[in-house]
Design a binder for this molecule. Structure first.
Ligand SMILES: Nc1ncnc2c1ncn2[C@@H]1O[C@H](COP(=O)(O)OP(=O)(O)OP(=O)(O)O)[C@@H](O)[C@H]1O
Ligand SMILES: [Mg+2]
Length: 485
């Protein structure tokens, strides 16, 4: 029976092949196209299904299609459960290999009681097939449902990135990109951040309120963004706080190195190339940009000079020319422009060690909405370290440490360093005692420094007095004798 069926099939295929060969060889070439057109019409009339295809690459620049990736994410969930042959891809944005249906595999999906079929073929196309009578439901509702779900699934599986800006010579050509990225795996969280407990809670609430504030920002007619200025001495946790923010909100981080940006237009393009749900960070803002505009004046002066003939001076000049020309007003315009032209869910963070050096225009409310001072280690901050590093909530030495920290300035970085066990034999007591000693030393050092300074000031004063007295004496002599020495 089966053998008979195969022989029938074989002879039918043979006949079809023969007909096709005769058709392509003897049917006039110019009539073949019209024949195919009419043949397709007949097939379409008899064929009860609609087919919709989605290409992987679209547009003139062959950009990867957003629809294609969303459908793939949607189908990866479905296919893991139903397809028999799966393909595993390591996708850049995902934590684990993504499973999708293999080529020529088909999976069935159901939407409001309607059955649809998805298939993938080798030429980067996904095909959706559905019965003609459900055409409207599919084109109007099902596809948008797939897009939305696909986006959600992709966001869920997304691994966060830390981006840093490339110099503009890498923006073009093969492998062009404005930002390079690595996986963002900084372990800092608000739980590991040592700081005043009340301030920490306030910042956390502020961030969460922001991230849920889409409707609120739309209602009040403001761009959905927030600016933070973090300031304080080195080693007080500014960078750690940025990592904690990103981990709390599940945002990407764009670390913008302003000194590598040549001019304002480049800065604008970099900022516009950031995605939403991100934190844009400019560290040490006072060092990255000339806040007084003096650099521009200096350049103008340089520009008027003649071209040097000496090759070394020439090269130094060339290098100077490559220096960043980003100006304060350029930066301000870019930030304002970014806020007005992008969808939102962006946070911008500036950090500095010297808040007093910053131009008020840069940090006015509206640009930097919240100013946060990260300062020397307080007792609250110490307790966080003690809990995280030594797993203790109290100890007989806590009282002494509290009063010592109240009298001395020690950065959280130093406290952390002293508390960390240095070997397997270091117990809690040893670590705490080491910290006590370190704070006492710091206190002693600060005292000595203050005394030295006071002494210097005093001797400066004395010198001045001697000088003044000398001048006065000389003047008196001149007056008396009428002659200068
Ligand atoms: N408040 C803090 N909470 C927890 N760890 C901290 C804190 N401050 C500093 N540290 C520790 O000290 C190290 C340096 O901290 P961080 O880089 O965040 O300081 P910073 O304020 O950014 O310094 P800089 O101004 O030099 O950039 C980090 O590895 C971190 O573990
Ligand atoms: Mg830092």
């Amino acid at each position: 029976m089966v053998g008979e069926m195969w022989s029938h099939l074989g002879s039918t295929m043979g006949t079809l092949m023969l007909v096709y060969t005769v058709f392509t060889q003897f049917f006039p070439h110019h009539l073949q196209a019209s024949f195919e057109k009419y043949f397709n019409r007949i097939v379409r009339f008899a064929y009860p299904y609609v087919e919709i295809t989605f290409d992987e690459f679209t547009g003139e620049r062959m950009k990867r299609s957003e629809a294609y990736s969303r459908i793939k994410s949607y189908l990866s969930d479905k296919s893991t459960a139903s397809a028999k042959r799966l393909k595993a891809d390591v996708v850049e944005d995902s934590q684990s290999p993504v499973l999708s249906m293999d080529y020529n595999e088909e999976i069935t999906d159901e939407f409001q009681g309607v059955k649809v079929w998805w298939s993938a073929n080798r030429i980067q196309k996904l095909q959706l097939t559905v019965h003609k009578r459900h055409r409207e439901l599919i084109t109007q509702s099902y596809i948008s449902h797939v897009m939305m779900e696909g986006k959600e699934i992709a966001t869920e599986k997304r691994q966060r990135k830390l981006y840093s800006n490339n110099p503009s010579q890498n923006w073009y050509g093969y492998r062009r990109s404005k930002w390079s990225n690595v996986l963002f795996e900084h372990p800092a969280t608000f739980d590991t951040l040592a700081m005043d407990a009340k301030l920490k809670e306030e910042i956390k609430n502020d961030l969460i309120k922001f991230s849920k504030g889409k409707d609120y920002y739309a209602r009040i007619g403001k761009a959905w963004k927030r600016g933070y200025l973090l300031y304080g001495p080195p080693g007080t946790g500014k960078s750690s706080m940025i990592a904690a923010m990103a981990n709390l909100l599940d945002y990407d981080v764009y670390d913008l190195e302003l000194t590598a940006v040549k001019e304002n237009t480049e800065l604008r393009r970099l900022l516009l190339d950031t995605s939403s749900k991100s934190i844009i960070v400019i560290e040490d803002i006072d060092c990255s940009i000339d806040l007084t505009g003096q650099r521009e004046k200096k350049k103008e002066k340089d520009g008027n000079e003649d071209e040097p003939s000496d090759p070394v001076t020439k090269r130094v000049k060339e290098e100077e020319k490559n220096e960043s020309k980003v100006t304060l007003s350029g930066l301000l315009n870019c930030i304002d422009g970014l806020w007005s032209s992008c969808g939102g869910e962006r946070i911008i963070v500036f950090t500095t060690n010297y808040v007093e050096k910053l131009d008020p225009a840069l940090i006015r409310r509206g640009r930097m909405d919240k100013h946060i001072e990260l300062s020397y280690c307080c007792f609250d901050a110490f307790k966080v370290f003690a809990k995280n590093y030594l797993e203790i909530d109290s100890h007989s030495l806590f009282g002494e440490i509290e009063s010592l920290l109240g009298e001395t300035n020690m950065t959280p970085a130093d406290v952390a360093e002293n508390l960390m066990p240095k070997s397997d034999y270091d117990d809690v007591e040893t670590c705490l005692k080491r910290l006590v000693e370190a704070i006492k030393d710091a206190k002693e050092e600060a005292k000595k420094k203050a005394e030295d300074e006071a002494q210097k000031e005093q001797s400066g004063k004395d010198d001045k007095e001697v000088k003044e007295n000398g001048v006065a004496l000389e003047a008196a002599e001149v007056k008396e004798n009428g002659v200068a020495h």
